[in-house]
Design a protein around this ligand. Sequence first.
Ligand code: SAM
Ligand code: SF4
Length: 329
Amino acid sequence: MNQLSDSFGRQITYLRLSVTDRCDFRCVYCMAEDMTFVPRKDVLCFEELSLVARAFVELGVEKIRLTGGEPLVRKDIVHAVEKIAAIEGLRELCLSTNASKLRRYAPELKRAGVQRINVSLDSLQPERFKQLTRTGDVATVIDGIDAAIEAGFKGLKINAVVLRGRNDDEILDLVDFARQRAIDISFIEEMPLGTIVEHDRALAFMPSDDIRAIIESRYPLTASDHHTGGPSRYFSMADSLSRVGFISPHSNNFCGACNRVRVTAEGKLLLCLGNEDALDLRAIVRGEGDTLPALKAAIIGAMSSKPEKHHFDLDAPVDIVRFMNATGG
Ligand code: SAM
Ligand code: SF4
């Protein structure tokens, strides 16, 4: 039975578990160029990660997504996956990645128990991809996506953050990329997490409706009842298996149906993406003896402080200082 209900009657069935805040990319909307990362001793080891995961599953969480930072920069990621995938009661184990290391890891991840993979891809143009990620190579990423398909991953999805004036001219190319591989693609509105100086988030804002209009100039979209338990609203195209999703934190607030919480790499339980409140689970996990009961009690207790919704405002000064990489995006 699910024991995780908040004050607004929402049941929490989905945990986004960050395994690292580090990354081999520095995407312009996600990180500053010069970042300070959490010291390794403060990051949950894979036994601690799996204990946290077990506590949530025993309380009713059915789906876990491993994320970061970039989960595949963590050396023991396959062990962590194996341990978490073996937790009784867990229905779905997913992973979000930038795909830079997927060619190497896709088969091992599949064997270890990852069921679905989301890949970030904002541009197909090598120079632009390098600018947006500051370090990334798009050919390696595309090869990683193809490696995941070859390894047999079903339900692969591309996530693209669209920035006006930077990659909005590639929306149709990205849809075509997904169509060629019969995979889904979601377009995300940028969120104001952390202070960036590289661009003005308000000026780069591209509402989902504008993205949708561009797609419909070539491919009419029909609302679909497909749901993955996430905030994406899906549409289908008559002549393709690929679905197009929109994640619209600004233009279509999805908080009413929120079913998730996040745990950061250092073990902080975040109840809302747009809120700084956090509960330190690491202190409990590193306590004496069997810490599972205390962990579960603390998680249940924290649910009552889950806020009703985020209050993102692109025109206001940033009030969420933590970057997405430190959030478990
Ligand atoms: N490194 C992996 C990746 O890029 O998929 C997993 C972590 S990343 C933080 C997860 C997702 O958050 C990516 O799809 C990324 O595009 C998105 N993201 C990061 N910063 C964001 C922001 N400020 N607004 C909206 N989405 C953001
Ligand atoms: Fe790394 Fe993902 Fe953030 Fe890009 S979005 S910097 S790949 S964590």
